[in-house]
Design a protein around this ligand. Structure first.
Ligand code: DGL
Length: 267
């Protein structure tokens, strides 16, 4: 039996995760929800993020998702345990594979994290890294301007480069050897980030790991779709503007048709 993968993010950044999932699972049906009407999540309180994440999850389940991927670090670092308690479907998220990858890559145990304010202040990364590698140093930097830059499509502008450089300077000064991209919007800025942090620093982007985890799960359950089931992937956003549509082309190419979704209802 073929299972639909449900992926959500606060906006369109989660499409970087979708891109990797589709590389490995091209015929597995997928439904995406980007909460563009309420993005960013990273500046909101934990209570609000949990409520939004709950509503996003319900939306995906109501539209046929059988497994869930939280493709938003702000939501994953704040709401994963609540969602796992409240929903019985399997839930994959971006934080755990980021940590695994960082631990595997770091040589000098000097790890940098960039993310939204919610992700950085959640301390989830720091705690999990220290639980495994107590003498590791973790330097975190909130980069609240990067999500709006990406959502506006400012991917290669001079201003974007300057802002990335300014945010990364403190991490560069600490001579980190590994940098976690703790936000699913950031992989589209990866080239600039690599350039500004230095080419020796290893960059952690968990998208491919998540795709592998989902693949292994479906394979073990014998739920891989070997052929297309005629079901088209669907991409919903809670607010649809021409800019969103344009920026999405940069993420995934022309084949994506965005649909406007009504905001999930509160109970
Ligand atoms: N892509 C989301 C994340 O990974 C964006 C953050 C936000 O909405 O603030 O954290």
């Amino acid at each position: 039996m073929s299972v639909t993968i449900g992926v959500f993010d606060s906006g369109i950044g989660g499409l970087t995760v979708v891109r990797e999932i589709k590389k490995l699972l091209p015929t597995q049906p997928l439904i995406y929800f980007g909460d563009t009407a309420r993005t960013p999540y990273g500046t909101k309180s934990p209570e609000t993020i949990i409520q939004y994440a709950r509503e996003d999850t319900k939306f995906l389940l109501e539209h046929g998702a059988g497994i869930l991927v939280i493709a938003c670090h702000s939501a994953a670092s704040t709401a994963t345990s609540t969602l796992k308690q409240e929903f019985s479907e399997p839930i994959f998220e971006v934080v755990t594979p980021s940590i695994e990858q960082a631990l595997a890559l770091t040589r000098r145990k000097n790890i940098g994290l960039i993310g939204t304010r919610a992700t950085v202040t959640s301390d989830v990364y720091e705690k999990a890294i220290h639980a495994r590698l107590p003498d590791a140093k973790v330097y975190s930097q909130a980069c609240p301007l990067l999500v709006p830059l990406v959502e506006e499509g400012w991917l290669k502008t001079r201003e974007s480069r300057m802002i990335v450089k300014k945010y990364l300077r403190p991490l560069k000064n600490q001579q980190i050897d590994t940098l976690i991209l703790g936000c699913t919007h950031y992989p589209v800025l990866k080239q600039i980030i690599q350039e500004k942090i230095g080419k020796k620093v290893k960059i952690v982007d968990p998208s491919a790991e998540i795709a592998h985890a989902v693949y292994s799960y479906l394979e073990a359950k014998d739920q891989l779709s070997e052929k297309s089931h005629g079901l088209e992937d669907r991409f919903f956003v809670s607010d649809l503007t021409p800019t969103t549509q344009e920026v999405v082309q940069c993420f995934l190419g022309n084949r994506v048709r965005l649909e406007k979704a009504s905001l999930p209802k509160r109970e």
